[in-house]
Design a protein around this ligand. Structure first.
Ligand code: AMP
Length: 302
């Protein structure tokens, strides 16, 4: 089943203890789409500037990614610069330039309007809602990601958009910030009152946790000896998670658990190299092998 995504398509400048990139393709929707396209057909909605060349666009080519909804405008792409601290778990945002996203008015291509799975990747909550409003039939599953930038600047828009969302997929500090609760289970209860019926908390090297009416499910992160750049790991996680569910066409408890595993798999590949490089070279059989590795990591007898 096809999976619609709206979010940033960007250029990033990244510094980590492992190196530096002055200008590399990034953006939440970019990482998401590449990761999800291993599992399902992806309909991409976003906007790029005239600095986004044909060779930049090649990242989407040869994959199950429809870019009809990727608009081109005069001006520059979304730009984000960040620096990771020694432990790679913490990062500082140095610059966020919305550029062409500032005046973006998304119009869904007709063929996208029947999408049954929707992921509202990180971008202005108002834009996320405008996209969702254009989907004809209530999708089977709507998930949303956001970050401190939008929680702080556009809290009312975010609260309005959350009313239409089934699964909130955010990291631990954003969960605490949004709910004003330090404890993640209490935070989940608070968030369920805002609209979503499930919460996926991404916890970096500590894995991820799903909380919903069936209870709690935790998946480990793959322990890596040489992580290089965590940028986009959360979006790649969401791509594996939603891509898997859209590919399955159902989201019962068993499917959700497997989706968490494929999310963790895609997140682990994302951090192995700078930007989305490792994701673009991935083979499906490496993905399945890593899912089996996670299965082994968390198996035990009592
Ligand atoms: P993540 O590491 O999962 O938080 O995602 C990093 C990606 O999100 C980068 O490639 C950035 O281009 C993009 N990004 C950073 N800040 C924002 C923002 N405020 N809105 C949308 N996308 C953003």
């Amino acid at each position: 089943m096809s999976l619609l995504v709206v979010g940033s398509v960007a250029f990033d400048a990244i510094e980590s203890p492992y190196g530096k990139e002055e200008r590399i393709i990034g953006g939440a929707a970019t990482y998401f789409a590449v990761a999800a396209s291993f599992f399902a057909h992806v309909n991409l909605v976003g906007i790029v500037g005239d600095d986004f060349s044909k060779s930049d666009e090649a990242i989407f080519r040869g994959r199950k990614i429809d870019t009809t909804g990727l608009e081109r405008a005069n001006g520059k792409c979304f730009f984000w610069a960040g620096r990771y601290l020694e432990n790679l778990n913490e990062r500082v945002t140095l610059t966020t330039e919305l550029n062409v996203f500032a005046d973006f008015n998304p119009r869904l291509p007709e063929k996208y309007k029947d999408s049954r799975y929707v992921f509202l990747a990180n971008i202005a909550p108002k834009l996320q809602r405008r996209v969702l409003d254009q989907v004809k039939k209530r999708p089977k599953l709507v998930a949303l990601d956001t970050m401190n930038y939008w929680i702080e600047r556009t809290p009312d828009d975010l609260k309005e958009t959350l009313k239409h969302v089934d699964v909130l997929v955010i990291n631990d500090s954003e969960t605490r910030q949004l709910s004003n609760e330090h404890n993640l289970l209490r935070a989940a209860k608070h968030i369920f009152k805002m609209g979503p019926s499930a919460l996926v908390v991404k916890r970096g090297e500590y894995g991820a946790m799903l909380v919903d009416e069936d209870g709690v499910f935790c998946v480990p992160a793959v322990p890596l000896e040489e992580p290089h750049d965590p940028t986009g790991a959360g979006d790649a996680f969401a791509g594996g998670f939603m891509g898997y569910l859209a590919g399955e066409g159902r989201h019962n408890d068993a499917a959700l658990r497997r989706a968490m595993v494929y999310g963790s798999v895609m997140g682990s590949f994302a951090v192995e190299e700078f930007g989305p490089r490792r994701l673009t070279r991935l083979k499906l059989k490496e993905i399945h092998a890593r899912a089996r590795h996670i299965q082994k990591l968390s198996q035990f007898t009592l």
